[in-house]
Design a protein. Sequence first.
Length: 322
Amino acid sequence: MRLSRSAAGILCIGAMAADAGVTFSQEYPGKPVRIITADAGGTGDVVARQIAQGLSGNLGQQVIVDNRGGGAIISGQLVAKAPPDGYTLLVFGGSFWIAPLMRDRNPYDAVRDFAPISLVASTPIVLSVHASLPVKSVKDLIALARARPAELDYVSGPPGAVAHLAGEMFNSTAGVKIMHIPYKGEGPALVAMMGGQVHLSFLTAGAVTPLMRSGKLRALAVASAQPSALLPELPTVAASGLPGYETAITYGMLAPAKTSASIISRLNQETTRLLHTAEAKERLFNSGIEAVGNTAAEFAATIKSDITSLGKVIRDAGIRIE
């Protein structure tokens, strides 16, 4: 059967386009990739650098970590406005998709403006008390807080961070009133705890573990749904007398919305492959971080679930940030 010139031309163009699509997919990345993340030295930075180091080898291009101050809003805005070509990515903690819920105006929509790649890591929030506080369990703490409403106080990371919300979630779930004392970061919060200036804290495992091991703090439980391999001796808050309580600090990798499915798939494949290696797991574990690595769909579901559950905590507590 003979084809007309026009039909043959269409087939030829189609074949060329298909070949080009394969070539474009195979050629990514053709230049260095940039990962935007938080301030240097924080947990998000540790996660981003571990991923960048591994991806540089897996992708055959240098992957550069770009630390940006100003919190989640600044970093999120930069990536949201970047070209959707796979060369500008974001690695950030849950504050990235939670912070907009506490602001009146936002430069991005955490769901609409981004393409999830993978949930890359998590670290449990640990409920700890000062050694002088006469409680040895979550049930003891709830009983004391009910007997002394608004007399106990707690510290977390920065105001509006997930650890802060963990404290407010504890208040609402337990039906108690423990006052939040704001500090700019975990370092100052720990100093206040050790000095006995506050009664309890919701801080990350990496921050409290050394003090817990030395007996300077008494850790009661982890806030995550399941016990943590980082602190296997600690029960969960939910299993210790507060059913339904669950939260954790998670870190994810995202690209600008409209990034091609082939690039998202490639990045997900290489990132999860990296995070499932024994070497990457060990390095993160030694920093108080647990490697994750899951599908883009699973990560998207986590974002939406956090927005729903933590959004309610934010509204009920009336938390606002500038």
